[in-house]
Ligand binder design. Sequence first.
Ligand SMILES: Nc1ncnc2c1ncn2[C@@H]1O[C@H](COP(=O)(O)OP(=O)(O)O)[C@@H](O)[C@H]1O
Ligand SMILES: [Mg+2]
Length: 355
Amino acid sequence: MSSKQPHRDPGPGGLAIETAGLVKTFGDNRAVDGVDLAVPAGTVYGVLGPNGAGKTTTVKMLATLLRPDGGEAHVFGHDVVREADTVRGLVSLTGQYASVDEDLTGTENLVLLARLTGHAKKAAYSRAEQLLDAFGLGDAAARQVKHYSGGMRRRIDIAASILNTPDLLFLDEPTTGLDPRSRNQVWDIVRAVVGHGTTVLLTTQYLDEADQLAARIAVIDKGKVIAEGTKGELKASVGAGSVHVRLRHAEQRPQAEEVLRVVLGARVQLEPDPVALTARVGGGPADGRGAAEQASRALAELARTGITVDNFSLGQPSLDEVFLALTGHPSEPSGAPGPDGSDSPKDLKEAEAAR
Ligand SMILES: Nc1ncnc2c1ncn2[C@@H]1O[C@H](COP(=O)(O)OP(=O)(O)O)[C@@H](O)[C@H]1O
Ligand SMILES: [Mg+2]
């Protein structure tokens, strides 16, 4: 991508972002309720939380789009309130600063934005072409953005936000609602962006996304950070994975539940589907291999006791399971989605259509 390396000195302690007791209230809703973050420069930092947790509100305060009601936030050592102009020069926020025009082609959009931000005409065209190619949009360069798929649209949004390589890029749920292939493409882009020296703050509702991309992760719930650490640390506290089992016969479920509970030593969740069960494996210091081993022991024990298993999978814990492990309660939206709101794929489509 760009040959320009971010030049900004990291803030004190090599931090791109440092917040202390950050608060934002909407009426009596404490959307962000005393958030402390320390984001090392040059890394991807994941902020993981369910819909309504306060992710977007936090990002907006850091990007100077919303004024905090309490606490402090510094970006590369600059106060987001007192030095808002300086901060604005260092950050980029996908889909907010760089909004693409549906009626323009991919090339036209990027050239226009590049021209607006001071690129000479020739440089604007070459930067646009470079980004479109890098983001796999070369073939779609001459097509109007309104004919792009959701994944293409998300990629051009990100391309637009890194036209001028920012020191800090906010990606607010960049893959919500995307199919797996498009998600992977966005992930590759994030890796490339951070490879060029940009710090990325990525919010997500998907544990696997944070796991794929982020060096450190903060889990947020109802405006508060409820866990923070490297992904290794986080996984050690929530378990390395979860087994999902589907039985042939619903009447064998109580027996299967008991077998799993004994073999795995973990709480077993009965799914709404009467033949399905889920259990956590590999808690504590266990790694992925430990989880697979435990799962196969469980499977063998089910077979030995004459329980017929139709389907079996070992996956990463879902966000729900992470929340259950960290808080003892399932994740639930902590309020109605905000006006800008949306995070479900359906809302996202509407939000896109409305733009
Ligand atoms: N502009 C706003 N006015 C009133 N309430 C808002 C506004 N923006 C967000 N909220 C509320 O603040 C809380 C956090 O929202 P948000 O930061 O958008 O969460 P997330 O991005 O994690 O889904 C929610 O309860 C939401 O309804
Ligand atoms: Mg949000």
